[in-house]
Design a protein around this ligand. Sequence first.
Ligand code: MEV
Length: 425
Amino acid sequence: MSGSRIPGFYRLDVAGRHAELKQRYGLDEADLQRLLDGGTLTVERADKMVENCIGVFGLPIGLGLNFLVNGRDFVVPMVVEEPSVVAAVSNMARVVRDGGGFQAEADPSIMIGQVQIVDSPDPAAAVAALEANRGHLLARANAVHPNMAARGGGAKDVEVRRFDDPFAMIVLHLLIDCSDAMGANAINAMAEGVAPLVEELTGGRVCLRILSNLADRRCARASFAIPETLLAGNGFEGAEVCDGIVQAWRFAAVDPYRAATHNKGVMNGIDAVAIATGNDWRAIEAGAHAFAARGGRYTSLTKWSRADGVLRGSIELPLAVGTVGGSTAVHPTIAVLRKILDVTSSAELAMVMAAVGLAQNMAALRALATEGIQRGHMTLHARSVALAAGAEGALVDEVARAMVERGEIKLPAAQALLKQLRKPS
Ligand code: MEV
């Protein structure tokens, strides 16, 4: 069975949701077990992943529903601790789906490996020598990872950048096609591999040899255009909501203080998918924020406009993500989540992530521009407070509901309610 609409999924308990997954994705008991209690990332395995390991840390896995991207349905695993992220993104994906879905595209998987050259006796000659030896440099880089080149990837081009002020240096960029891998290890190895040749050619000294997280050759873009009327609800007209979304975006477009929060909302969704798919979310964060500042002033990663009753949203950002290699292969839960997401390439993963970021931003702007963020947040936050107070089972929702009704969502209130509810009648 395909489709990303699973009506009533949120009303099921975890066992009911598992039954649904079993039927839809053919997951077996072992797969389902890997979704529970931190999966099978045993402490023994974790001990091989990091140093000084003392245990394993769990986070909730939710499913972002309703995503229709380039006409394909995606159910999107999201690992995130913040209440309301998964519900909000699923709601907005449903609205966009009703308007025809997301269009998305991704660049080829070109990453940048940087080699820093200092103390060059003749910088102009050094630049010329690097440019003249493009073929040699590429051959040297590809010799480090011959299989990558044999599969059609590998180092494809070089760029030479010269800085004079305030610090003199030359920076060589290796442009490397990483195919379906994020590619960090290969890029770093290639940058290290060409260093001796670079020193020979420039007469300078190589310092850093490392990838750039500003992966601006590997951007993904998603967009949609939907009738404004689809945004009507909670007592607001569609046009009113869409006007609010555009005003909210203008705020982020001109003001870095707002843009930081705006983009944080975008990354709420993107990071959650990055973690669920075993990708390096710090790298993605670094790239996204550097990209947002590329024009000299930090601004929004998304764009919003409305005209003739149509709301248009779009996003563009670097998404250096892989579907092979890295921790995708180490964490057992990730293999199961990948079956659910079912992307065919790293480019498709990047497109889905871009759509998630755009939908997440839309949810935040819609809430902020209408009833405010607190109402929805507080209802979900109340559950976390109830849990923190020691509530279990049905008591979690009961305590949460009571706190929301009283407008007091605090630990002492939850504890008092719990005491009261547990009292034998
Ligand atoms: C909260 O995690 C994210 C928001 O602050 C994003 C935004 O303000 O656009 C709601």
